[in-house]
Design a protein around this ligand. Structure first.
Ligand code: S3P
Length: 167
């Protein structure tokens, strides 16, 4: 089983993936974690030192590496499947994409005090999130095989995924 979790920043890809791993024996890996470990720098530092384009290339490389496993649940970054090259790579690998669909209001609430995500460190954070969310949502929907309403607590969403995948 090869699955990629996708969705906007703050939709719960990391915590839900970790919960699914805890409750089953599935191997959960994250693209951001892979990149952080490879460069021994936080995502913010990578953006700061090398720029976003460099990060996007590292993200694609990490995706290709993680997809080499036959049995894996991959937590993508909010921008991963937005790049059509990445969605193509995922599809060609035979992996299925699950979109964790969380309403904008909940996303705004979860991200309002975020200090780690480089894209969000700006004065007009709320407007920026709204614009980016509306721009990206149809892309997540289009790229995904399964859409899971994911505004509920982590445990509830993880359970839904486990049931759906019969793992
Ligand atoms: C990004 C989302 C982040 C991280 C990077 C860029 C994005 O991951 O990959 O800051 O473009 O939405 P999360 O979705 O885990 O926050």
């Amino acid at each position: 089983m090869k699955i990629v979790l996708c969705g906007f920043m703050g939709c719960g890809k990391s915590s839900i993936g970790a919960m699914v791993q805890k409750k089953t024996n599935v191997n959960f890996c994250e693209i951001d974690t892979y990149v952080v470990e490879k460069y021994k720098l936080s995502i913010s530092k990578i953006f700061e030192k090398y720029g976003e384009d460099f990060f996007r290339k590292a993200e694609t490389d990490a995706l290709i590496e993680l997809l080499k496993s036959d049995d894996v649940l991959i937590g993508s970054g909010g921008g991963t499947v937005i790049n059509p090259i990445n969605s193509k790579i995922i599809k060609e690998s035979g992996a299925k994409i699950i979109f964790l669909d969380v309403p904008l209001a909940a996303i705004q609430e979860r991200l309002k005090n975020d200090k780690k995500r480089p894209l969000l460190q700006r004065e007009d954070r709320e407007d920026f999130i709204e614009k980016l969310y509306n721009q990206r949502k149809p892309i997540y929907e289009n790229a995904s095989d399964i859409v899971i309403p994911a505004g509920a607590p982590v445990k509830v969403v993880a359970k839904k995924i486990i049931k759906l995948l019969r793992i």
